[in-house]
Design a protein around this ligand. Structure first.
Ligand code: UDP
Length: 245
């Protein structure tokens, strides 16, 4: 699959429908669960600083561009992505197809009660059967019980919503032992589906200002968001040193 190497993390050139088709294809396979991540500029910066995380990201089967910063970076590197393919949007289109095909999902992550509420919404809107739910705050004992529950329920898709990079690390460490076809890292999406956190209005999404909306809503994100200008600066200075396939 064509991709762009952004500071050592390769991002696939896929639109939302293409990503969904690819994931639906994974559901027909047997073997180790596929990993799907949707990196934004923050996590690419984390990967730039942390070689182990960079390897984890690149080991995934599909990596799509979550965020306008990643699209701009691809333009700077002369391998322009057509559009962003944000995790939340991929999930919504995926649920639509899964509902029609009778596929099941397991929701893992977020605070207690959120996954269940998100699950009701997923079932109501798209008719997807929710095989199971678990919150994202666990010790070793609870984690073992969650893995056993996933393996008993055998969901087609496992959504892991622990925030980045925790979810990518968790998927990478566990996917070989999980009875599912696809593990997808989806950050705060369950909070949005549960109605706990509102997504930015369309105006902000379309103008590439979703980050600004989120900053106004949650000013404590400022520390994390300082990675955005750092990301742009690093891509401009160092981006061309990374080989393009
Ligand atoms: N979370 C979790 N376990 C943890 C830390 C975080 O389940 O140990 C959840 C948190 O409740 C939230 C999500 O992970 O639902 C992270 O959301 P955030 O918006 O910070 O992630 P992003 O989408 O920006 O990666």
């Amino acid at each position: 699959m064509d991709n762009v190497n952004i500071l050592g993390v390769t991002i696939h050139h896929v639109t939302i429908p293409e990503a969904v088709d690819c994931i639906m294809g994974y559901l027909e396979e047997n073997g180790t669960a596929r990993a799907v991540y949707t990196p934004n500029s923050e996590i690419i910066m984390m990967g730039y600083r942390d070689e182990e995380l960079r390897k984890i990201l690149n080991r995934a089967d599909l990596r799509t561009a979550d965020g306008i910063g990643v699209v701009y970076a691809s333009r700077i590197l002369k391998k322009p992505l057509r559009a962003r393919a944000a995790g939340f949007d991929i999930a919504c289109t995926l649920f639509e197809k899964m509902g029609k095909k009778g596929k099941t999902v397991y929701l893992f992550g977020s605070k207690p009660g959120i996954a269940e509420r998100a699950g009701e919404e997923i079932n109501r809107r798209w008719g997807v059967t929710v095989a199971g739910c678990a919150d994202g705050y666990f010790d070793a004992e609870k984690e073992a019980a969650i893995i056993a529950d996933i393996n008993e329920k055998r969901p087609d898709v496992l959504l892991v919503c622990l925030g980045a990079p925790k979810q990518e690390k968790w998927i990478d460490a566990h996917r070989e032992m999980l009875n599912t076809h696809v593990c997808m890292g989806l950050g705060g999406s369950l909070d949005v589906l549960a109605g706990n956190v509102k997504r930015a209005p369309l105006f902000f999404q379309k103008t590439g200002l979703e980050w600004f909306y989120r900053l106004c809503k949650e000013p404590k994100r400022i520390g994390r968001m300082m990675d955005l200008p750092r990301f742009a600066w690093t891509v401009l200075r160092k981006g061309k040193q990374y080989p393009q396939g």
